[in-house]
Design a binder for this molecule. Structure first.
Ligand code: HEM
Length: 153
């Protein structure tokens, strides 16, 4: 395995770990276990941050990997990738707002946004794993290159 294959696997694994922590945190709060909920959600935030750092460093230093599947699926893939990026961005912002409400003790607002943030984050993880599957498992071999070349090249 080359660094071009390892880094996406690492970053995708961290999104999945983060989503698993959110799921556990949600189950815990449903049982009114506040301290354990806080710990699991903090872990989710840490894993999400690691994902983000690895992703940004990889994309800025090594570049991005283009879709190597059939030409006819390229636009579908790009639309799906865009959907995943939009979800991840919204999920990240909602995550920060959710954490802020928690630490400012704004419990009502936190309770309201918490389930929405969790669902957006689950969708981010599922679409992220799908993008990983399409790029590195189903249609491997795309050559990693600078970001704009990978999208439009
Ligand atoms: C981004 C991270 C977090 C997410 C996604 C999240 C999500 C949730 C969800 C889904 C609920 C249940 C809402 C309901 O009642 O239906 C909840 C409640 C709660 N969360 Fe979080 N949470 C996060 C971080 C935290 C942190 C760090 C703390 C502690 C500082 C915290 C403290 C609480 C408390 C106290 C409640 C229960 C409020 C109540 O019903 O009395 N949460 N959260």
């Amino acid at each position: 395995m080359t660094i071009h294959e390892i880094l996406p696997l690492v970053s995708t694994s961290f999104i999945v770990l983060s989503a698993i922590c959110v799921a556990v945190g949600w189950v815990l709060i449903a049982q009114r276990k506040i301290k354990p909920h806080q710990k699991w959600m903090n872990a989710a935030a840490i894993f999400a941050t690691i994902f983000f750092i690895v992703y940004v460093l990889r994309t800025s230093i090594l570049g991005s990997t283009p879709f190597n599947g059939p030409e006819s699926l390229k636009n579908v893939y790009l639309a799906f990738l865009l959907f995943h990026i939009v979800l991840a961005t919204i999920g990240g912002v909602m995550g920060l707002v959710t954490l802020r409400y928690a630490y400012k003790n704004m419990v009502e607002k936190h309770r309201k946004i918490g389930p929405k943030t969790s669902i957006v984050w689950f969708c981010t993880a599922i679409t992220g794993v799908t993008v990983y599957y399409l790029l590195y498992v189903k249609y491997p071999g795309g050559e990693t290159k600078p970001l704009l070349d990978a999208i439009f090249g």
